[in-house]
Design a protein around this ligand. Structure first.
Ligand code: PLP
Length: 439
């Protein structure tokens, strides 16, 4: 079949995520045929920069021989083994490896297969933990502008109303506090959390949040000291703490896990996306022995965690994850990140001169360029201006793929990108902004 035939076929049958399908049907979709390093090859024969790491997933580049080989080697043995009643070598090795690199104490690993389920698992484990302790705690605390995925539990603690408002009648109880990025400092943001913790003594199972930066909410960076303050408040109020590092994990913010930057360990750590280098669907929810032990008992007591996903801990995906972690070590990837992060910061500084750039947000190798219709008058772009999609469409014409978050253009390149490639990518984004805004 020709690429055109394939596109016609897919337009007839595929329903795309987060996509207005009427626009899609009228559009000229890009069919990706292959990838190499940080480049994607389209069926049009052109190469495109993968400037959002294929939706914040890719870490060491596409087509890494080490990851490809690890998957092939496992494929020669077996492609899938259920963790319901059986186990396998890559799951055992990966769980031990994650426990080794995670913040101290997080030694138990529950595998699932995507970021939303990693969060669902943490929420349900936290709730059930309190049940086992003889307490019913029906509430969670979450942040405005937080995003934890699209399954109903994850949506219940999601704070991006544009994505999830419609599902409100289906959701469980969560208390939302303002995004800490809006506070003057960590103390102010922590006081907002404390106020809610004080309001519902003995009713809150856990606080759930993305640490250091709320990614899908608009690359919202938290004030320094916030995580430490949150941990201290959770301890004082005897409430569990869930860190969703689905987007921030695996080097994205400059350290293996974002919470390391404040030396804070949560009670649950949710991982997905970069866990397999962006090659296979896999997720993990880590917790400590204190939680795990509360679920132990005689069979008839039914303290079992009755939750699981058919493909959770898939051996091919675990093999990809092990190879991804090997590359972190072999290539000393984390040591190379500060120079790249500084280069992104310096280059983005020059964007501030553009008349429609309102703010630049950055946490490590995650950046957002927020656009505004009229800076002097403070007039935002309206939804119907579709400024983000238009700029990303222009960037694609110029040879770069990324996605907007409303009026914010995101830049989350694979960690393997060089400074030279970063310069080229940001040059394209800058050009796309100028072309679409006209100045
Ligand atoms: N949590 C965070 C912080 C995310 O950014 C995302 C996805 O972007 C998710 C959870 C959901 O992950 P998935 O799309 O794999 O379900």
């Amino acid at each position: 079949m020709t690429p055109l035939d394939l596109i016609a076929l897919e337009k007839r049958h595929v329903w795309h995520p987060f996509t207005q399908m009427r626009d899609w049907e009228a559009s000229d979709p890009l069919l990706i045929e292959s990838g190499d390093g940080i480049m994607l090859r389209g069926s049009d024969g052109r190469d495109y920069y993968d400037a959002n790491s294929s939706m914040w997933l890719n870490v060491h580049g596409h087509g890494r021989p080490e990851i490809d080989n690890a998957i092939r080697v496992q494929l020669d043995k077996i492609a899938q083994v259920t963790l319901l009643g059986l186990t396998h070598e890559p799951a055992a090795l990966l769980a031990a490896r994650l426990a080794e690199i995670a913040p101290e104490g997080l030694s138990r690993v529950f595998f699932s297969d995507n970021g939303s389920t990693a969060v669902e698992v943490a929420l349900k484990m936290a709730f059930q933990y309190w049940q086992h302790k003889g307490e019913s705690r029906p509430r969670f605390v979450a942040l405005n502008d937080g995003y934890h995925g699209d399954t109903i539990g994850a949506v219940s603690v999601g704070g991006v109303s544009l994505f999830h408002g419609i599902f409100k009648p289906l959701l469980f109880t969560a208390e939302f506090i303002p995004s800490p990025a809006l506070a003057q400092n960590a103390a102010e943001a922590a006081a907002q959390l404390e106020e809610v913790l004080d309001r519902y003594p003995g009713e809150i199972s856990a606080v759930v949040m993305e640490p250091i930066v709320q990614m899908a909410g608009g690359i919202l960076v938290q004030p320094p000291g916030y995580l430490k303050a949150v941990r201290e408040l959770c301890d004082r109020h005897n409430v569990l703490l869930i860190f969703d590092e689905v987007a921030t994990g695996f080097g994205r913010t400059g350290t293996m896990f974002a919470c390391e930057q404040e030396d804070v360990a949560p009670d649950f750590l949710c991982l997905a996306k970069g866990l397999t280098g962006g090659y296979m669907p896999l997720a993990a929810t880590l917790t400590h022995e204190g939680i795990y032990e509360a679920f132990l008992g005689d069979y008839h007591e039914w303290k079992t965690f009755t939750h699981g996903h058919s493909y959770g801990g898939n051996p091919l995906a675990c093999a990809a994850a092990l190879a991804t972690l090997d590359i972190f070590e072999q290539d000393n990837v984390l040591a190379g990140l500060p120079a790249k992060i500084a280069h992104i910061r310096e280059t983005l500084e020059t964007f501030r001169d553009l008349p429609h750039v309102n703010s630049i947000r950055q946490a490590g190798l995650a950046a957002g360029i927020a656009l505004i219709k009229d800076k002097d008058a403070g007039t935002p772009y309206a939804l119907e201006d579709a400024i983000g999609p238009k700029i990303c469409a222009r960037a694609r014409e110029l040879g770069l793929i990324t996605r907007p978050l409303g009026p914010i253009i995101t830049f989350l390149p694979p960690l393997v990108g060089t400074n030279e490639q970063i310069t080229e990518m940001l040059e394209i984004i800058r050009q796309a902004i100028v072309d679409v805004t006209g100045e």
